[in-house]
Design a protein around this ligand. Structure first.
Ligand code: BGC
Length: 750
């Protein structure tokens, strides 16, 4: 498997690679910041669920924890920094296959002496995370005295906001540096312990505890320092006796008792562990993951070089962003790789990220839905606050389950005033997106127990919201004043995506709540009278009531610089809203989610109409266009969209991912390969395939979980082959033809 590599040191890329090469396990994320400091370098370590609401702020932020990656290296008093001296050789690799981050440098210091430095870092795959790092320094020409200083640095902030109080720093069990921290508002308790070998002199000052280690470098001989650390929080303790329905906020034990438990657990985890042990352990776990987690391609075309790397990058990041079995936490829009969107959870999770897990590890997908179930109460409170019934899930959420969307966004370029973010007030499609995810979970698992206990209630409460949200106008139910997925169009009536998904939501809720006669009666009335925008005589389905009446402008300039939201530097948001401009897939999103709604002709026509008006300023857009283009038979265009989607994080833009990778885009890369090119459709009674491989690919293979079966699918130009884990018969369809899969491999011409 190819590494993700950086072959040149450049300050301008430091934060992009800090995000791209981040390591983690779904509970902890560690940015790939360099050991040594650089101006503008953002260090970052985050724990899923550890948020804090700073004084005076309306939204909670994913807390940037004390740093353990930093190291100060002095060589006979000369500070090691690539901003000085000369870089003779430089390479950095994240081995996606084994989770190991390495950096090798040959450096001529300002005094003309030559050194080789090799840094390695690895992050454990289990919760209560172990983190190992090692630096090996070789003086290539003369004897040198090196001093390496490293420890736990509590001076980290979220862009200047201090989120933690240091409760205690001390040395335990002889040579373990230990820090106790508590988040200021949310009272989360965190313990970090670290140990270096060889040991050094430990000091504590200015919210830092550090060990200073002296190494004698003989010419040509490497001297090595290892550091092993562990990070735990009180969320880990509570996880051991957690049940759905119980208040997770309740804290019975005294602070001291919690810290004591955390510290003894942390030290026990570190005992007898060293870097090599951890490196091997983590490599094994990653090997296991890749056994089924990968889409494998074969291609002879140089143009396809990025494709496999992008798919591996996507699977790697999906794996490290997602907590596996703790419903108190879900996945933020940047995973755990940075502070973008303050670590908040959006519709990205259910619609873009969950499918990968649904078809690899359904229990993890279930966890995402349990997170929503667990916060039904807060969603009901939000609905009530605005005069609605049922559950109105927050547009952005964190630990509390309450609305966390910040009030203001960028400055209006015309007025100089900050513009309000309307999403919390009107981007209500998230309610139906969650319902859609519940339904898709059932489609893929047939998990009746889940539906009875949780799914049914989620569907019912979300449906109740729509029944109360719609208003009677002109003899029909209409859904007024919403924002659809396209965030460059605000406060519109009857957004097609929203209306169709609301109908879908209500229909599924009725299916799973048939004994609720009053509800079903109201649901049937809603479905009979809800206005569902249809294609006009020209074949175009209106995105909303007014979109087609708005003026159009030439978007070429903005499309070229897509992802940068450059249009908002030329026009105010209010002006953008009044033009035919889409930030991202909207109706195309509907075509993707509900492929049977419209005829192939209508889909193709609308795809081309709306794409012309779409800047793709959101990372959620391109890959979905790839899927819909592929289904429409335009594989070349689909492949172009796919490749552009692959570059959202991996492309050359130095700042595309400074504040974290685009989590939904990672999910969407996988979606476009599997739901696009392999042509998977999970919306019917049977699993369906309508494959269309790009001309550049000879072969694509992947694993896919479906209704308790582990399928393996191998796709070539002209054929598709299935094998599966059991001998039970499973009916599927390939291009409309029924196939019965049993234990034997089945190959079909396409
Ligand atoms: C997109 C939303 C998305 C959010 C978080 C916004 O730019 O318009 O659709 O949910 O980013 O990724």
């Amino acid at each position: 498997m190819k590494n993700l590599s950086e072959t040149k040191f450049a300050l301008s890329y430091i934060n992009k690679y800090g995000s791209l090469m981040a390591q983690g396990n779904g509970y902890l994320g560690l940015r790939a910041s360099h050991e040594e400091d650089y101006p503008g370098q953002v260090r970052g370590m985050y724990l899923a669920g550890v948020y804090n609401r700073p004084a005076g702020s309306e939204s909670a932020e994913l807390v940037n924890l004390p740093d353990i990656a930093g190291m100060r290296i002095e060589l006979d008093g000369q500070l090691f920094s690539l901003q000085m001296g000369k870089i003779v050789e430089y390479e950095r690799h994240l081995a996606l296959g084994s989770g190991l981050l390495t950096r090798r440098i040959i450096w001529r210091d300002p005094r003309g002496r030559l050194f080789e430095l090799i840094f390695e870092r690895v992050v454990g795959k289990t919760r209560g995370t172990l983190i190992g790092s090692r630096v090996s320094i070789k003086s290539l020409d003369q004897a040198v005295g090196a001093v390496v200083t490293t420890g736990i640095d509590g001076q980290q902030t979220n862009f200047g906001t201090q989120q933690l109080v240091e409760e205690k720093l001390h040395v335990a069990a002889g040579d373990f540096m230990v820090g106790h921290y508590e988040t200021i508002e949310s009272d989360r308790k965190i313990v970090i312990a670290a140990k270096v070998a060889p040991g050094g002199v430990i000091t504590a000052k200015n919210r830092q505890i550090k060990s200073q280690v002296t190494l004698d470098l003989e010419p040509g001989q490497a001297a090595t320092l290892e550091k092993i650390a562990v990070v735990c929080s009180d969320l880990d303790i509570e996880a051991t006796n957690m049940e759905i329905g119980r208040s997770f906020q309740q804290k019975d034990d005294s602070s001291e008792a919690v810290f004591a438990t955390l510290e003894s657990g942390a030290l026990a985890k570190l005992a007898d562990r060293d870097f090599d042990w951890l490196k091997q352990e983590v490599a094994q776990e990653w090997t296991q993951f890749w056994g089924t987690g990968r889409v494998m391609l074969e291609s002879k075309e140089a143009t396809a070089n990025i494709d496999q790397l992008a798919l591996d990058f996507a699977s790697y990041h999906l794996e490290i962003m997602t907590p596996k079995n703790d419903p108190r936490m879900s996945v933020g829009a940047k995973g755990l790789t940075g502070e973008g969107y303050k670590g908040h959870v959006f519709w990205d999770t259910e619609i873009f990220i969950m499918p990968y897990f649904l078809h690899h590890s359904p229990e993890t997908a279930k966890n995402m839905l349990l997170y929503r179930y667990h916060h039904l109460q807060e969603a009901k409170e939000k609905a009530q606050k605005y005069g609605y019934s049922g559950a109105l899930f927050p547009w952005e959420s964190a630990f509390s389950g309450r609305e966390e969307t910040p009030e203001f966004a960028a400055i209006n370029i015309r007025t100089g005033k900050r513009q309000r973010i309307a999403s919390a007030l009107a981007e209500h499609h998230i309610v139906a997106d969650i319902a859609y995810a519940v339904w898709s979970y059932f489609q893929a698992t047939q998990d009746q127990a889940f539906m009875g206990k949780y799914g049914r209630a989620l569907l019912r409460e979300t449906a109740e919201f729509w029944l109360s949200r719609a208003v009677r106008r002109d003899g029909r139910y209409q859904i007024l004043d919403v924002i659809g997925p396209d965030e460059y169009t605000e406060h519109v009536d009857n957004n097609a995506y929203t209306n169709y998904l609301a109908a879908f939501n209500v229909r599924q809720a009725m299916r799973f709540n048939q004994d609720e006669t009053d509800f079903c009666h109201r649901g049937a009335d809603f479905l009979a009278k809800l206005y569902l925008p249809a294609a006009g005589s020209d074949g175009i389905v209106p995105q909303d009531d007014t979109f087609l009446t708005k003026p159009q402008i030439d978007l070429a300039k903005y499309k070229q610089a897509q992802g940068k939201q450059g249009i908002l530097l030329d026009y105010s948001r209010a002006e953008v809203i009044d033009m035919q401009i889409l930030k991202q897939a909207d109706l195309v999103m509907l075509f993707y989610l509900l492929p049977q709604l419209f005829s192939a002709d209508i889909v193709a026509q609308n795809l081309s109409f709306y794409e012309e008006r779409t800047i793709h300023d959101s990372s959620l857009s391109k890959a979905i266009h790839a899927i819909v283009a592929c289904r429409s038979g335009d594989v070349a265009t689909a492949y172009r969209f796919f490749q552009e989607a692959c570059l959202i994080d991996l492309g050359g833009d130095p700042h595309s991912s400074d504040d974290g990778i685009h989590a939904a885009a990672a999910g969407a890369i996988w979606l476009s390969a599997v739901f696009g090119f392999a042509g998977v459709d999970t919306t019917g009674v049977r699993l369906r395939f309508a494959p269309r491989l790009p001309a550049a690919w000879q072969k694509m293979s992947f694993h896919f979980w479906w209704q308790n079966e582990k399928l393996h699918i191998e796709l070539k130009q002209g054929s598709i082959k299935f094998s599966k884990s059991s001998t039970t018969e499973l009916e599927i369809e390939v291009n409309g033809k029924l196939l019965k899969l049993t234990g034997e491999a089945v190959e079909e011409r396409i």
